[in-house]
Structures are given as structure tokens and as C-alpha cells.
Design a protein around this ligand. Structure first.
Ligand SMILES: C[S@@+](CC[C@H](N)C(=O)[O-])C[C@H]1O[C@@H](n2cnc3c(N)ncnc32)[C@H](O)[C@@H]1O
Length: 211
């Protein structure tokens, strides 16, 4: 997609989430989720991509205030966690929250350095006023980024086109799960899992590499 459109999207996204954080603070609502239960349920799906090892590194792309780290730390004591977000306000609050954690860093960017795994929770949902075509292209470019910045695998979630029609909102993007499963199989790895069985109006895709 054109650099111009992509940077316009990232700018608008940053503005959107800076505002949710301003309104609701460091809470699931501050990153536009309904509550902690669903936030944790999402993390439980996404982290299935990780094969435990003594040392792992994880990019949390669109980390918000860094809540995923609270789940990763006890499960993977040897983790190096890098949170990145386009909202500078989010990164500021994440840095303050985890200031005493030695293996954690936060960066204002949409493109982190390479790590073992990339995890992206909730970065493909809010398309604002962008057209289906523009968002589709942005979606593909975001998956390409997750692919080139992870060596062992990546995972992402998005709202499902199987959501009840009357509940759908124009400013949100509802992806066709089958289409993105196929896209990941064809472009990234033979080992792709789709999880669409956890009770939310969304699905998670896990892409495992070098298996
Ligand atoms: C729905 S919130 C989820 C935050 C966190 N992942 C969680 O589940 O608690 C999405 C976050 O991703 C950030 N974001 C969205 N698109 C991004 C992108 N392409 N690169 C980096 N950050 C992004 C937003 O600024 C926001 O803080």
C-alpha cells in the first residue's frame, strides 16, 4: 500500500487509542476492550503459538499498556519482552507500569526489531473510516510485518465476519476467517492454526514457522 495511506492509518490509529487511554486509563477499556475476562481469554489463545524454551523473545505489536506481559512472565521466566505501540501515550504508561522489570522494553513504533515470536492483539479491528479495500491492504501489510519480524512464529486476532449482522459496526472490520487462514498458509507457513471456538466475536490465527 502507499506509504502515504499507511502512515495516515497509523496516525489515526494512534490518535484513536490515545483518546481511549485518556478516557479510561490503564484498564481493558483504555485499550478498547469490554473487560479483563475477554482480554485474558484473547491472550490465552494468542500465546499458544509459543513453544516454551529457556529463553524466548516476544514482540507484542500494539502492546497498549503492556498487559500481555503479566501473562507471559509467569509462564516464561526467561522471556525478553518488547512492547511496541504507535500511541506514545500508551508506551509512556507501559514504561511507568513495568519500570522495574529488567527484561522488558517499550518502543513507540509499528515495526519492531526481529524476535522469536510476534503477537498482535486487537490491531486489525478498528478501521475507522477507511474503505474495505484500504483496510484489506493494511491487513496484508501488517501480516507481512509480523512475518518478517518473527523467526519462530506469530499470532494475531481479529473480529469475525460470522458476527451477528445487527451487532456489527461500520467503523470496525470483520474479517473472513477462511480467507485469512488461506492467506497465511499460502504466504507464510504450512503450519497455521485457526481458533474460532472461544466464545468471542473474533478468531485467532497462529502461524508456526520451521516446524
Ligand atoms: C485494542 S488495543 C490492545 C492493546 C493490547 N494488545 C491488549 O490486548 O491489551 C490495540 C493497541 O494497538 C495499537 N496499535 C494498533 N495498530 C498498531 C500498529 N499497526 N502498530 C503498533 N501499534 C498498533 C494501538 O495504539 C492500541 O494501543
Amino acid at each position: 500500500m502507499s506509504e502515504h495511506t499507511e502512515s495516515a492509518i497509523l496516525r489515526d490509529v494512534a490518535q484513536y487509542y490515545t483518546e481511549t487511554l485518556r478516557q479510561h486509563g490503564e484498564t481493558p477499556r483504555g485499550v478498547d476492550w469490554n473487560g479483563e475476562d475477554s482480554q485474558l481469554l484473547r491472550f490465552a489463545q494468542l500465546t499458544k503459538v509459543i513453544t516454551p524454551a529457556l529463553e524466548i523473545s516476544v514482540n507484542d505489536v500494539g502492546c497498549g499498556y503492556g498487559a500481555l506481559y503479566d501473562v507471559l512472565k509467569p509462564a516464561h521466566p526467561g522471556i525478553r519482552y518488547i512492547g511496541c505501540d504507535v500511541s506514545a501515550a500508551m508506551i509512556e504508561s507501559a514504561r511507568a507500569r513495568y519500570a522495574h522489570e529488567p527484561n522488558v522494553s517499550f518502543v513507540v513504533t509499528s515495526e519492531p526489531d526481529v524476535a522469536d515470536y510476534g503477537i498482535a492483539s486487537g490491531i486489525l479491528n478498528v478501521r475507522m473510516n477507511y474503505t474495505d479495500d484500504a483496510w484489506h491492504e493494511y491487513f496484508r501489510s501488517t501480516l507481512a510485518l509480523l512475518d518478517r519480524t518473527s523467526t519462530k512464529g506469530f499470532a494475531f486476532n481479529c473480529l469475525t465476519s460470522y458476527s451477528d449482522r445487527e451487532k456489527q459496526r461500520d467503523y470496525l472490520y470483520y474479517a473472513n476467517p477462511g480467507e485469512w487462514f488461506e492467506y497465511c498458509k499460502r504466504n507464510f507457513s504450512r503450519n497455521v492454526a485457526i481458533l474460532h471456538d472461544y466464545g468471542l466475536y473474533e478468531f485467532t490465527i497462529l502461524v508456526r514457522k520451521n516446524v
